[in-house]
Ligand binder design. Structure first.
Ligand SMILES: NC(=O)c1ccc[n+]([C@@H]2O[C@H](COP(=O)([O-])OP(=O)(O)OC[C@H]3O[C@@H](n4cnc5c(N)ncnc54)[C@H](O)[C@@H]3O)[C@@H](O)[C@H]2O)c1
Length: 249
C-alpha cells in the first residue's frame, strides 16, 4: 500500500484521484487546498491531515519524510491550477515522492528541463495525467489506422463545449494561470493525436486562442495540429461533441 498526498483536493478533478487512489488499494494521508470545503475526504478516510496553507503542508510532508519509511508520502497527486504544477511537483521530488500531475505538466516548456534534471537528481519520477488515448472511440480509431499502415490518413477532430461566465473569472480563464485554451484544453487533442499516430507525427504550427468569450472550437489535423474554427458556442445547449471523421486515402 502506498501513501498519497493531494494538492488542490477541494477542486473538480481531485475526487477522481481520491477514487482511483483508494480503488487501487492505496491511501490518502495528507491534502492541501486554500478552500476548506473538503468534506469529501470523509468518504475515503477520517485520518487525512488537511492543510489550507501550502507551507504547513510542505512542513508536514518533510516531517513524514524523516520518519519511518512506511509513514512517508510515496506519491503526490497534483490537482491544483496549472501555473502551480511545477512548484508542487518539485515538492514531491524534494520529499522523495513520485509526482502524478494533472495536465498540462507545465505552462512554459523550459520548466520541463528543470523537472527532468530534478528527476535525475532525486531518482524519482514525474507522471502526467492524459487519458484520451484510452478513450474507447480513440482506441477503436487507432486499431483502424494501424490496420492500414500503407495509407495516408486524414484525421479530423471537432470539439465543442460550453462554459458559463464563471470561466472568465476563474484561473481557467486566465492565460497566465491556465496557459490558455491551447494548453488547458487543446493539450488533450494533441495527446490523442500522438497516441493514435505511430510514429509520432511532426508538429505543425500552433494557434494560441486568447479570447475567452468567443466561439471555442478546434480543428486539428496532422501537420497543422491546432487551429481555431468558426463554430458558434451555444451556451444554453451545453454539450460536448467529439466527432471523429476518418478518411483513408
Ligand atoms: N485530465 C482531465 O481530464 C482534467 C479535467 C479537469 C481538470 N484537469 C486538471 O486538473 C487540475 C485542477 O483542475 P480543476 O478543474 O479541478 O480546477 P478547480 O479550480 O476545480 O480545482 C483546483 C483546486 O486547487 C486549489 N488550489 C488553488 N491554489 C492552491 C494551492 N496553492 N495549493 C493547493 N491547492 C490550491 C483550489 O482552491 C481548487 O480547489 C488542473 O491542472 C486541470 O488542468 C484535468
Amino acid at each position: 500500500m502506498h501513501n498519497f498526498a493531494v494538492t488542490g483536493v477541494g477542486g473538480f478533478v481531485a475526487p477522481r484521484h481520491l477514487k482511483a487512489i483508494t480503488a487501487t488499494g492505496n491511501r490518502v494521508i495528507a491534502a492541501v487546498d486554500p478552500h476548506d470545503a473538503v468534506g469529501i475526504l470523509d468518504q475515503y478516510s477520517f485520518d487525512v491531515r488537511f492543510f489550507t496553507e501550502f507551507e504547513r503542508f510542505d512542513r508536514h510532508l518533510e516531517k513524514l519524510r524523516r520518519g519511518p519509511a512506511e509513514a512517508r508520502v510515496h506519491y503526490l497527486s497534483v490537482c491544483s491550477p496549472n501555473y502551480l504544477h511545477d512548484a508542487h511537483v518539485r515538492l514531491a521530488l524534494r520529499i522523495g515522492a513520485d509526482a502524478i500531475c494533472e495536465k498540462p505538466l507545465v505552462i512554459n516548456p523550459w520548466n520541463l528541463d528543470t523537472l527532468q534534471e530534478l528527476e535525475r537528481e532525486t531518482g524519482r519520477r514525474v507522471f502526467t495525467v492524459l487519458q484520451l488515448r484510452v478513450h474507447p472511440v480513440l482506441v477503436e480509431l487507432k486499431k483502424r489506422l494501424d490496420a492500414a499502415t500503407d495509407r495516408i490518413h486524414d484525421v479530423e477532430l471537432t470539439y465543442i463545449t460550453a462554459r458559463g461566465r464563471w470561466y472568465e473569472t476563474s484561473w481557467k480563464g486566465s492565460e497566465e494561470r491556465s496557459g490558455g485554451l491551447v494548453l488547458n484544453i487543446g493539450i488533450h487533442f494533441r495527446h490523442a493525436d500522438s497516441g493514435i499516430q505511430n510514429p509520432f507525427p511532426a508538429l505543425g504550427g500552433t494557434t494560441r486562442l486568447t479570447a475567452w468569450d468567443v466561439p471555442v472550437g478546434f480543428s486539428f489535423t496532422k501537420g497543422g495540429w491546432l487551429q481555431s474554427a468558426d463554430r458558434p458556442l451555444v451556451r444554453e445547449d451545453a454539450h460536448l461533441a467529439i466527432d471523429l471523421a476518418h478518411r483513408a486515402g
